[in-house]
Every structure is written in C-alpha cells, then in structure tokens.
Write a protein that binds this ligand. Structure first.
Ligand code: MN
Length: 204
C-alpha cells in the first residue's frame, strides 16, 4: 500500500466547540480514509507511481495515464488536502500569525482582518464543494484562491500554506447550511504555527 491514513494529531474532541467530535470522527475516519483507499486502488497497477510523494503525483497529475488521472486528482487531492487540514488546525494555538508570515500578510492584504475577510469571501463564493486557500509563490508573495472538489494549488505548482475545507461534510452537522458561521468560527482553531512553518519552507 502506497499511502496510509495519518492519525489525527489531537483528540477528536480537541477542536470543540468550533468543530464537534462527531464531525471530526466522520471527516477523518470515513471521508479521509476513503480518499486513501481509493487512491491506493487507483495506483495498484502502477508500482512506479506508488514510489512518488503525494505532492509529486499531484504536481504531475495532468501527465498521469488517462485511466487514473481523475481518480488520482480526486482522491490524491483529498488525501493531500485533508492531511494538511488536520495539521493546520490545533486547539489553543497562537491567535494570530507572527514573524515573516505576518509581514507577508500585511504586505498582500493590508492587515489580518482584511485578509480574513477576503479569504472568507472566497470560501463563501466557492459554489458547491471545494476549498479556500492562502497560496505562496516561490518568492513568498501571498494570494487567495479557491478550488472545486479536491483540487489543490499543488496541481498548478503552487504551495498552499493555509486551506479551509468548505465541503458540507466539514460543517453540516453543527452549522447546517450556514457556511459563513462555520468560517467565522474556524479562525479560532487555525494553527498559525503550522501555517508559518509551511510559509518558511516555501521561502527557502
Ligand atoms: Mn473534507
């Protein structure tokens, strides 16, 4: 088996009250697990591709054999996105970014409040299922993007440093149809330490 489901880096209850335990159990143990299972099934006839990292597979998704292009895009994207998502959240982390990340956010968006507003707008505007992203280019400049389904900026050679899952499975049990309420609360559990770590890596 090429890929495995990473354990959640904290307890299922750890992000309450922002994200409830049942949502975390279903989201990690069922949704993410299914992406991993289906990704491995797609790669089963391709031992050479199983040796690649998930980032390599997704960066080159358009040149994969046609029969597995879509399953790798959907399930490999799902695996990469959710692995990041768990790490980019934490209970009781820093409430705001600091250091070079804070400077880059200020440079790109003015201040943290304006950044959050623009990010939430992109997440709310994403029709149906998808993700909102804070993306860094190689020079460390930040932009906001949103993507459908499990597509990731990795597929176009960019680096996501923060991502928010706006599929209904991420919030429906607690917030029902109120995606804006989920987004407003979500900032309480963003792990700015992890976001800063990802940003520092891009700049190297
Ligand atoms: Mn999800």
């Amino acid at each position: 088996m090429a890929f495995t489901l990473p354990p959640l880096p904290y307890d299922y209850k750890a992000l309450e009250p922002t994200i409830d335990e049942q949502t975390m159990r279903l989201h990690h143990d069922k949704h993410h697990a299914t992406y991993v299972t289906n990704l491995n099934a797609a790669l089963e006839p391709h031992p050479d591709l199983q040796k690649k990292s998930i980032e390599e597979l997704l960066a080159g998704v358009d040149s994969l054999p046609e029969a597995i292009r879509k399953p790798v895009r959907n399930n490999g994207g799902g695996h990469a996105n959710h692995t990041m998502f768990w790490e980019m959240m934490a209970p009781g982390g820093a409430k705001e970014p600091s250091g070079p990340l804070a400077d880059a956010i200020k440079k790109a968006f003015g201040d943290l409040g304006s950044f959050k507003e623009k990010f939430n707008k992109a997440c709310i505007g994403r029709f149906g299922a998808g993700w909102g992203w804070l993306v860094a280019d190689r020079g460390g400049a930040l932009t906001i993007e949103d993507s459908p389904n499990q597509d990731t900026p990795l597929m176009s050679g960019k680096t996501p440093v923060l991502g928010c899952d706006v599929w209904e499975h991420a919030y429906y049990l607690k917030y029902q149809n109120r995606r804006p309420d989920y987004l407003a609360a979500w900032w309480n559990v963003v792990n700015w330490t992890d976001v800063a770590r990802r940003f520092e890596k891009v700049k190297k």
